[in-house]
Design a protein around this ligand. Structure first.
Ligand code: FAD
Length: 426
């Protein structure tokens, strides 16, 4: 996106990527239908960036969800708004969009250099950027007047984003928040009476229910009733993952850092009030088993019923009032996030405090940063790509401004005007 905006402004652009082809994570996002953005009102949309709203909102104000959809349409790809408000290409594919986009970039003069891994700066850099790239033919030095970095986070390293950029940037004095998993799964722990945690599910539960989805449930982080959200998630070999867990992952991760664990409260029957559940559980069940009773009165069976037995002590299972309360708020203890490489996205990165307007690094003038390598996070729902596109536009506009300012030329009347001539942005 930065290459597109820079080329449109008259800059000569070279685009380098460590991988044999660009957009590999973008193509992976296409496997889930490529959720480009979200159709909700702007005011609600920007709330999704939480503590970083103030930094992301101006970027989205310039290139927001509606403008992004128009941009996709200009590339000949139609979009639709799903029932959840999420926006997708009509064919739910990333490849046709990426193909059309790359064709347009190449036609407008962007030069692509694949298998070029940026290593940092050569020691002798002066006013210009002297960039080091590792290529199949050895190391290459490239000189540029401005540099836009869009190197991604640190998940799915095999697709190119390995977070190795942290070292060269930190060495130049750029402040970087530690990279952490976001929109990620978690390991569960089973609390013992002494407060210690036994990691993972019991063998009995794991062998029967790993991979089982829990649909139409709600989750909240304990003590944070306002965090309650409905949806679905999946039981994994050793924990939980899926959209509902991802939605709480940032807060759960922070809670684990502070307190060593985070407890989610699972509402197995969000469509029932606590009173309804309580009165159904309390009904006499005669000779029927508790499992049959829960299934016939409340429709609780399979993984939902099994989770009650997995998590609750016998004394609670045998107490109708406490069992009913637990069906509405079953505690699931999370012990740690799954590794960052498995995460959908990365939290942490270049701090906004390290950036000047136009997303230029304060410590390295002429270098701009965009995308997931910046220190923000958001839930799934199209918010990730939206902020990546918007920050790509902002970084390019910042670079354009910088290039104009850095190349003053004298007019015939002796006054000075900025121009884009002679630039070579990377
Ligand atoms: C499974 C999955 C599904 C997703 N689905 C969605 C979705 O539906 N909607 C959504 O909004 N978001 C989705 N995301 C997130 C979204 O794909 C990312 O947030 C987005 O791609 C980040 O864009 P980026 O340009 O910042 O980084 P990336 O897409 O990671 O691109 C960074 C590029 O930099 C290159 N690079 C890295 N280091 C170097 C180096 N040193 N030298 C040269 N090149 C380098 C990499 O090869 C890569 O091509 C999904 C992510 C995953 C993992």
């Amino acid at each position: 996106m930065a290459a597109e905006v820079l080329t449109a402004g008259g800059a000569s652009v070279d685009l380098f990527d460590a991988m044999p082809s660009v957009g590999r994570k973008f193509l992976l996002a296409g496997k889930g239908g490529l959720n480009l953005t979200h159709g909700e009102p702007f005011e609600r949309f920007v709330e999704r960036y939480g503590a970083r709203r103030a930094d992301i909102e101006p970027l989205l104000a310039a290139f927001g969800p509606s403008r992004l959809r128009e941009w996709v349409h200009e590339l000949g790809i139609s979009t639709f708004v799903g029932s959840s408000g999420r926006v997708f290409p009509t064919d739910l594919k990333a490849a046709p969009l990426l193909r059309a986009w790359l064709h347009r970039l190449r036609s407008s003069g962007v030069r692509f250099h694949m298998r070029h891994r940026w290593l940092g700066w050569a020691a002798d850099e002066g006013m210009q950027q002297r960039l080091r790239f590792m290529t199949s033919r050895g190391e290459l030095l490239v000189t540029a007047e401005a540099l836009v970095l869009a190197l991604g986070g640190a998940s799915w390293a095999r697709l190119g984003s390995d977070g190795a950029w942290v070292e060269p940037l930190a060495a130049r004095g750029v402040s970087i928040a530690p990279l952490q998993p976001s929109n990620c799964g978690f390991h569960v722990g089973r609390p013992a009476a002494d407060g210690s945690l036994t990691l993972g599910w019991s063998e009995h539960f794991r062998s029967r229910f790993a991979g089982a989805p829990l649909k139409n449930v709600a989750l909240s982080l304990d003590r944070e009733a306002e965090s309650k959200q409905s949806g679905e998630f999946v039981v994994t070999e050793n924990g939980v993952e899926g959209s509902l867990v991802y939605a709480l992952s940032g807060r759960a991760r922070e809670r684990i850092v502070r307190e060593g664990r985070a407890t989610l409260l699972l509402d197995l029957l969000p469509g029932h009030s606590a009173e309804q559940v309580s009165s159904e559980v309390a009904r006499p069940r005669g000779s029927r088993s508790l499992g049959t009773h829960l299934k016939s009165r409340l429709g609780l069976s399979g993984v939902k019923a099994a989770l009650l037995y997995e998590v609750l002590p016998r004394s609670v299972i045998d107490d109708p009032a406490r069992l009913a309360a637990s069906i509405k708020a079953l505690p699931l203890t999370l012990s740690q996030p799954r590794p960052i490489d498995e995460a959908i996205s990365t939290a942490g990165g270049v701090r906004f405090e390290a950036l000047r307007p136009g997303l230029m690094l304060d410590a390295v003038p002429g270098v701009f940063c965009a995308g997931e390598m910046l220190d923000w996070e958001a839930p799934t729902g199209g918010y990730l790509l939206s902020a990546c596109f918007a920050s790509g536009v902002a970084a390019a506009l910042g670079a354009r401004h910088f290039l104009q300012g850095s190349r003053p030329i004298a007019r015939a009347d002796g006054s000075v005007s900025p121009t884009l001539a002679g630039r070579n942005a990377s």
